[in-house]
Every structure is written in structure tokens, then in C-alpha cells.
Design a protein around this ligand. Structure first.
Ligand code: AGP
Length: 608
């Protein structure tokens, strides 16, 4: 989704802005632009396409000399990804320039009002109303104009504003879209996320909704919505310096697949103390735990699929019913909840608009919220009553890998911890599961070691136009994620089905040569899977079986086999998904796809 950056200091702003935009590329975008305060006003250059197109345009039209400015990568929502619709947007008199991430819901009324007042619109965006509002409310005090314009906006927005009358000042406003301030020595920044700033400063200020900031080279002043200055803590972040580099890997996705053993170690080991699961800063009395009569798990995309895996562990170990809800749907139905409901929201970024909205809605109804989140101090982490961080480290590739597996690990640890609170688990089962949890990083590594075999399979199957994934129980949940991975980066049509459900309609799509990936790792359901494999083979499908190491029965039916390391049935999703991540990666690579930045997708989906 859109990324914004702002800078003010004593060095040239342009390289900082372009570097920041490059770091924000991973969020997904289709046009980009910058505006710099130059000696006689504001100069702006923008371009559809990638940042290299913007760089080319800047090089052709001469540099933009100036020490403060704003930049933007746009993921089109209102209007096509054209040069004109790209941000920044400028007021008719050239006094203001604005960048925006989010959606202005009342832009049609505002556009009509501003047009009636004589403002001329040049783009189809919702954003352009903001810059004309600024101009309308401006009478020499930029801070006041920012406040007044923001007060008229409905929706979600992170804004960056510069005004020709205030050289050296950049303004940033936050309302339901991610925005952080970076505090440097003699220079200050704002950005959509830390990736854009980490090379410049580790000192951050997290803005709350409704707050705004005026940055000059020497001060980062933060105000509440009434304009009163407020003292904000500066947080020093720890940032893995290699996070924003590919470190020799062809793609961030591959690097992040390989980082999974380390990420799982970071997610699991600190939580196991004296053989007991504990979560820092999050506890519940046994009595509180026993009052919870229902758990709703909500999330989007892969995070939702991680929830689908976790559900098995929670229901089996805790005996508490779990409802799964897409966050984009949860807020628009009437879930039956009360003070004994626990909402678990899962999000890598912590900034997904649908998940944020679902959390707000259920909080409004008095539900306690536990967030499983990767990005520290993100919106969802701040909104939730309790947080379990997944500690996966920064994830840059749009297709999540270590984000997903650490979510699954965190959910399983929660299930184990909760089952103990409820007194539902035997000491021996608890000990065995803790032991198995600690083995997961090693199992993940063994799954990664299957890489050469997976490359061969990708070479063999990459030309298929449609690939099906079938499985039962947890394998079925793993199929959902395996299929999503494949389609989002390789653009190959794919569907995931509960193996027993296929014959109720979808089997009509199975024809000679169609690839079916069949997960057969659930020992108790192995024979059922064999029957399902026979059904698709009878219709000409080729079958790539995924089975537990040493299980030779699969060779009777499958054309090819991936043998995955054995694990406890509740933890098996992690070693099983990794070969499917690699399969998606190499299929996409064989097909020449832009793996880290798949078309139409964004890393963090900050609009509804
Ligand atoms: C996963 O590969 C996707 N890119 C996407 O489904 C993602 O998991 C989803 O948008 C949720 O994101 P979040 O975890 O940051 O909330």
C-alpha cells in the first residue's frame, strides 16, 4: 500500500526521499513522486511505474535542490496509476503539497464544496481535496490550516504536508494509517514504517490517531488535535541491519524462507522457562481463563490461514469453541459475543485496515482482545488488551513466510499455555508438546534442506495453468496457505480444498494433466487421502504427494513425493508449509515473475 516519507535537515532532501521510497517499495505501489521546498517555492516531480522511472524523470528535468520535502509511493485506489494521479498533490497556487496514505471517505462532498469555491481539480484522487482544504483554511498559520483541514476529513489518513511559506518545516498527521517520526541529529523524518528510516535513525516517536507533528531540522514537535503541544517518548528501536538487504539471496522471499529456523527460535525459546510457557506482559488467572466460553480468531490472508491451523490446537487442547472470521467480514455481521468472549487477532504488520476495524468493533462490544503481531508498537498491538509478539524480524517480501510460521508457533504456544490454565492437559502431554515446540526450528531447517528436490519439482510442474491442493484436518489448513503462496507470486490459478469436499463439485475441474498437490501427513486420515488421490487420478490428474518421512505407501499412488519431517500432529503445519513455500517460490522463478513485488498486491493492506 502507499508509503510516505518526509525529511527536513541541512543536507539535500532528494537522496533521502528517494532512498526512503526505495525502502518502502516492498509495500506495493504503482507510481511515485516527490516534492521539495526549493528556494522559490515547491518543486514536484512524479511518475507512474517504478521508482526508477521517477529517478529518470528527475535526472532529465534537473535536480531538486532543497533540504526538506515529502515523497510517496502510491498503490492506486481512486483513479488509475497515472502521472497525474500520483502523489504529491499541489494546491492551485503552488503553496501546498501533500502526500497521503489511506482513504478519505467524504471526498465527494468535499470535492463538490471546493469546486463550488473555485478550486480546480487535476486528478481523480480522494487525496486532492486535502491540499485544497489546506489552501482554503490558510491565513498565514500553516499549523492551523493543517488542524482545520484534518478536522474535515473522514476516513483513514497519514499525511505529509509542506508549505512554501514555511521552508524547513514538514507536517505529518496520523489518523488510522501508519506513521512514525524519526528523530535525528539536526534532521528529522516521518515515514509509513521503520524500514524507510532505519539507516538514518533508531530514535522513533510513535504518533497516536488524531496527533500531528511539525518537524524542523532541530525539533520534532507533536500536538494533539486541539493544537496543544504534547510530550512524546522517544523509543530506541533495535533493527537488524541485514533486514533491508537481500544478503546474497536472489529475493527477500527466499531469504525470509531461510530465516525461519532463526525466527522460530526467537518466537519460541524465550517463552519456555523451566519447561513452562510464559508470555512477558501477558497473563491470566486460572479463574479468568475458565470464564472464557468462546474464542473468535480473526485476520486476513495468510494470517487467517495461520489461525485456521491454530484452531485445531486450541480446540483440541483447551476444549473451547473457536470461531474463525475473516476480519473484513467480522465487522459486518452480528457476532454473538459477550464479556466471556476472547478475540484473537493475528497480523504480521499490525496495520491491516480490516483487522483494525474488526478489533475496534469487538472492543466496542466489550470483548477482550489478544493480538498476535510481528511489528512492535503497530496499531493492532496498541489497540489490543494483550499482545504476543511473534519476533519474526522485519519481513519485506509481499508473500509472508516467516511471518506465517511464527504466527502458527505463537498460536500453538497460546493453546498450550491456555490449556494449562484450564487444567485440561496432562503433565506428560504438556511436557511432550513443549519438547516438540523446541524442536521446531530444527524441523524447519530440515524442511528447507529439501530445496534441491523442490527446485526439480518446480521445473517439472511450472507450466500447469491450474494447481489444486487437497488435505484433511491440519493438512487442509496448510493447503490454504500453500495455494495462496502459489497464486500470489506465480499468478497460477490455484484452489485449496478439504480433500473430502472435492467430489462435491470442484472435481469437475480435474482433467488430464492437472496437478493436484495432496497432503497426506495426518496419519489417522492417510487411507482417506489415498481414496481422494485415486479419485483425481482416475480423472487424469498428476499427483504430487506430501507425506511423512519414511511413509512408503504414498509411492503407490503419487507421481512425485515430498517427504517432510515428522512432528507432533498439532505442530506439523510448520515443516509441511515450508516445502510449499519453496515450491511456490521456484515455480514463480521458473515463470519469470516479480517474486518480491507481485502485481496488484501490497505488503500491508492499510485500506478497506
Ligand atoms: C500473504 O502472503 C499475503 N501477502 C497477505 O495475505 C497477508 O497475510 C494479509 O494481507 C494479512 O496481513 P497482516 O498479517 O499484515 O495483517
Amino acid at each position: 500500500m502507499c508509503g510516505i516519507i518526509g525529511f527536513t535537515g541541512t543536507q539535500d532532501a532528494l537522496p533521502v526521499l528517494l532512498d526512503g521510497l526505495t525502502k518502502l517499495e516492498y509495500r506495493g505501489y504503482d507510481s511515485a513522486g516527490v516534492a521539495v521546498q526549493v528556494c522559490d517555492g515547491i518543486r514536484m516531480i512524479k511518475s507512474s511505474g517504478q521508482i526508477r522511472c521517477l529517478r529518470k524523470k528527475i535526472a532529465e528535468s534537473g535536480m531538486l535542490p532543497g533540504c526538506s520535502g515529502i515523497g510517496h509511493t502510491r498503490w492506486a485506489t481512486h483513479g488509475a496509476p497515472t502521472d497525474t494521479n500520483a502523489h504529491p498533490h499541489m494546491s492551485n497556487n503552488g503553496k501546498f503539497a501533500v502526500v497521503h496514505n489511506g482513504i478519505i471517505e467524504n471526498y465527494i462532498e468535499l470535492r463538490e464544496e471546493l469546486t463550488a469555491k473555485g478550486y480546480v481539480f487535476s486528478s481523480e484522487t480522494d487525496t486532492e481535496v486535502i491540499v485544497h482544504l489546506l489552501d482554503m483554511y490558510y491565513s498565514g498559520d500553516c499549523k492551523k490550516a493543517v488542524m482545520k483541514a484534518a478536522a474535515r476529513l473522514q476516513g483513514s489518513y497519514a499525511l505529509g504536508v509542506i508549505c512554501a511559506d514555511f521552508p524547513g518545516s514538514v507536517f505529518a498527521v496520523k489518523q488510522e494509517s501508519p506513521l512514525i517520526i524519526g528523530v535525528g541529529a539536526g534532521e528529522n523524518y516521518f515515514a509509513s514504517d521503520v524500514t524507510a528510516l532505519a539507516d538514518h535513525t533508531k530514535n522513533l516517536i510513535y504518533l497516536e490517531d488524531g496527533e500531528f507533528a511539525e518537524l524542523t531540522p532541530v525539533k520534532a514537535a507533536v500536538f494533539d488535535c486541539t493544537g496543544a503541544e504534547i510530550a512524546k517518548p522517544i523509543t530506541r528501536i533495535v533493527w537488524d541491519v541485514g533486514a533491508s538487504q537481500k544478503s546474497g539471496y536472489d529475493h527477500f522471499m527466499l531469504k525470509e524462507i531461510y530465516e525461519q529456523p532463526r525466527a522460530l527460535k526467537a518466537a519460541i525459546e524465550p517463552r519456555v522457562k523451566n519447561n513452562r510457557i510464559t508470555f512477558d506482559g501477558f497473563d491470566m488467572t486460572n479463574e479468568e481463563a475458565r470464564k472464557i466460553s468462546k474464542i473468535i480468531v480473526t485476520a486476513c490472508g495468510s494470517a487467517y490461514y495461520a489461525g485456521c491451523v491454530g484452531r485445531y490446537a486450541i480446540e483440541e487442547l483447551c476444549g473451547v469453541p473457536v470461531e474463525m472470521d475473516y476480519a473484513s467480514e467480522l465487522r459486518y455481521r452480528s457476532p454473538i459475543v459477550d464479556e466471556n468472549t476472547l478475540l484473537i487477532v493475528i497480523s504480521q504488520s499490525g496495520e491491516t485496515a480490516d483487522s483494525i476495524a474488526a478489533v475496534k468493533e469487538l472492543k466496542r462490544r466489550g470483548v477482550r482482545v489478544l493480538a498476535i503481531v510481528n511489528v512492535v508498537a503497530s496499531t493492532i498491538a496498541n489497540l489490543a488488551d494483550n499482545v504476543i509478539y511473534t519476533w519474526a524480524g522485519p519481513e519485506i517480501a509481499v508473500a509472508t513466510t516467516k511471518g506465517y510460521t511464527t504466527q502458527v508457533a505463537a498460536l500453538t504456544m497460546f493453546a498450550l499455555w491456555f490449556s494449562e490454565k484450564l487444567g485440561r492437559i496432562s503433565e506428560s502431554r504438556y511436557d511432550a508438546l513443549v519438547k516438540e515446540l523446541l524442536l521446531l526450528p530444527g524441523l524447519a531447517q530440515r524442511a528447507i534442506d529439501l530445496n534441491p528436490h523442490i527446485q526439480d519439482l518446480a521445473l517439472r510442474y511450472h507450466n500447469n495453468s491450474s494447481i489444486f491442493f487437497i488435505g484433511r484436518n491440519i493438512d487442509c489448513a496448510v493447503c490454504l496457505e500453500g495455494s495462496l503462496k502459489l497464486k500470489e507470486i506465480s499468478y497460477i490459478h490455484s484452489e485449496a480444498y478439504a480433500a473430502g469436499e472435492l467430489k462435491h463439485g470442484t472435481i469437475a475441474l480435474i482433467e488430464p494433466g492437472r496437478l493436484v498437490v495432496a497432503l497426506c501427513c495426518h496419519t489417522a486420515l492417510f487411507d482417506k487421502m489415498m481414496s481422494n488421490i485415486r479419485e483425481v487420478k482416475a480423472r487424469g490428474a498428476e499427483v504430487l504427494g506430501v507425506a511423512l518421512e519414511g511413509d512408503r505407501r504414498i509411492l503407490m499412488e503419487a507421481d512425485d513425493v515430498i517427504y517432510v519431517p515428522k512432528a507432533d500432529p498439532l505442530l506439523g503445519a510448520i515443516p509441511r508449509i515450508i516445502p510449499l513455500q519453496l515450491f511456490a517460490y521456484y515455480v514463480a522463478k521458473c515463470n519469470g515473475c516479480d517474486i518480491d513485488k507481485p502485481k496488484n498486491l501490497a505488503k500491508s493492506v492499510t485500506v478497506e
